[in-house]
Design a binder for this molecule. Structure first.
Ligand SMILES: [Zn+2]
Length: 253
């Protein structure tokens, strides 16, 4: 395939980035190789205009991950030009619009991730589709979440509660997410899941809103059933998540 076409398919709109080779491995992963090179206009460290001040200083190997193409993971091994500034003696790496600085997950994956967050699917599912981790998708969601306001006067009759890992470190705290059980719309994502904090959070909803909740569907977690005795006086906890989701789907169909 023509490598410009590959760029087009991956949504790379950077003419300094050239894809030179690519093959599908036995593991089904499409591995592309390419390089990124240009003459910098100025030094990003000291701001000096590049009047013979910035010299090429070798290459650095980096990786960019893209969303899946025909169910195949796509990884670009990108050699980037490294520069040295004679003015401030700083070094810096060639940058591209295909990926944010210091990141390996492409901007197209990020965009796709945000679009998919609007669909009634799990974070794990999205993570798989955009070839990223659950925690990456969680962080995107957190970022997007700042843009919407919680309505403290309404809660749906059926709520799905779940836990997601939203920080990068393995020891990082789990987050708590809950959504409307009928529409699968996300209601909120919280950076904590302890009973005290959750109670405090849910008490911010009107009593009428909390009394409206009839069913809470959740995984086997000892924390959430306790919420029923306190903040959701009329609710019933259903532990078998998949069972109820299937039942709901059948009812809708
Ligand atoms: Zn400089």
């Amino acid at each position: 395939m023509c490598h410009d076409t590959t760029k087009l398919l991956l949504g790379i709109a950077d003419e300094n980035l050239k894809i030179t080779d690519g093959e599908t491995g036995e593991d089904g992963v499409i591995r592309l190789t390419g390089h990124l090179d240009y003459t910098p206009k100025a030094c990003p460290k000291c701001g000096i205009i590049n009047d013979q001040k910035i010299i090429n200083y070798g290459w650095r190997n980096t990786t960019i991950r893209f969303s899946k193409v025909l169910s195949n993971t796509v990884i670009l091994a990108l050699k980037r030009r490294y520069f040295h500034c004679k003015e401030c003696h700083g070094n810096f790496l060639a940058q591209t619009v295909a990926v944010p600085k210091h990141c390996t997950i492409s901007n197209t994956s990020r965009k796709e991730c945000l679009e998919k967050l609007g669909e009634p699917v799990s974070l794990k599912h999205i993570a798989n589709e955009v070839s990223a981790s659950d925690s990456f998708v969680g962080r995107q969601l957190m970022r997007a979440e700042r843009d919407f306001q919680t309505n403290w006067h309404y809660l749906p009759e059926i709520i799905l509660m779940d836990e997601v890992k939203s920080t990068k470190s393995a020891t990082g705290a789990m987050s708590f997410e809950f959504m409307n059980g009928e529409t699968h719309e996300l209601i909120d994502l919280l950076p904590y899941r302890t009973i005290n904090k959750l109670e405090k959070y849910f008490y911010r909803f009107d009593q009428a809103a909390r009394e409206n909740v009839k069913i809470i569907v959740t995984d086997m977690n000892y924390t959430y059933p306790k919420l029923v005795q306190t903040v959701f006086p009329n609710a019933l906890v259903v532990m078998d998540k998949f069972h109820i989701i299937n039942a709901l789907n059948r009812a809708f169909n």
